[in-house]
Design a protein around this ligand. Sequence first.
Ligand SMILES: *Cc1c(COP(=O)(O)O)cnc(C)c1O
Length: 379
Amino acid sequence: MKRATTYIHAGAEPDPSTGAIMTPIFQTSTYVQEAPGKNKGYEYARSQNPTRKALEDAFAILENGKFGLAFSSGVAATDAVIKLLAPGDEVICANDMYGGTYRLFTKVFERFGIVFKYVDTTNASNIESAVTNKTKLVWIETPTNPLMNITDIAAVAAITKSKNILLAVDNTFASPALQNPLDLGADIIMHSATKYLGGHSDVIQGALMMNDAELRERLYFIQKSCGAVPGPMDCFLVLRGIKTLGVRMKAHCENGKLIANWLQNNPKVAKVYWPGFEDHPGHAVAKKQMTDFGGMISFELKNDSVEEANRVLSSTHLFSLAESLGGVESLINHPASMTHASIPREERIKNGLNDSLIRLSVGIEDAEDLIDDLNKAIG
Ligand SMILES: *Cc1c(COP(=O)(O)O)cnc(C)c1O
């Protein structure tokens, strides 16, 4: 089946009792059993729910995986992956990643004795050098948030496979429409379904996809034991969002390309971070592992001050000043004070995240209107 067809039909079976073409919202906490222990495969809704099941099947199909699991948020999905580990285990992760992931690792899991090592994963050999006999997991994000750094997933997978270490990839920025890490050798994919999968800024949700049945059992056990499951209404919204993932991503990528090029030629802009540029350090790898370059763009102004960044951030009208990304509407964000405020300033600057950096989540409005809005704001 071609991708465009998959988005519409993934996980979708007509409801057996009515023929409803959309999976119903099974708003129930429990299921009546025919006799003790005799049921239709559904016992209690923390463990199983038919709306969630349809979505989890769709998640698996989207990433060319065998299994999918849905969580109440992206960080809940990440949390479940780290709960595979035990005190003393080591995780190697990217030094440039989503602020909430960094906060979860440093402020929650370090207290439980899990050790996180932060390296520049754009060079896979840095991962290899950081591996010890305690390393159990490598956690990468590509493209990264917000600097659009690219990590070679296949190169990292070659290292983790040879050393029997799990590789998890946060694939939120690319979405399954642009990049499929399981195909490149990853063991687990994490998505904040809040972003491109949902696509309409109306739901918080997370996803995990994998191929290994035993790994799926361990993660399912954590999902039902820890209980960070999404409600059926949220599952329905993401099922609906997925249907237009293909056309939305095409529009995000087209607009992203036009805006990245426009910013690049703007005399007031100092630097544009977008993996589609041929001189982007990760361009060749991005071209190899992604089908397109996405609608996420960051840029710095020539007037490199927080004041000037703040002026631009509060002058746009179509680009709304907000955290999050991946919705149909365009958003503008100041990572240093918003999404990445939980990373200490020193650490941020060291990793190249300057105070004046502005991040755009380019929506699917008309590109001319978006450019006009930015033009007026940048002035
Ligand atoms: C938003 C986001 C997350 C966290 O997901 P939530 O759904 O907000 O919990 C993780 N990684 C990336 C790259 C994100 O953008």
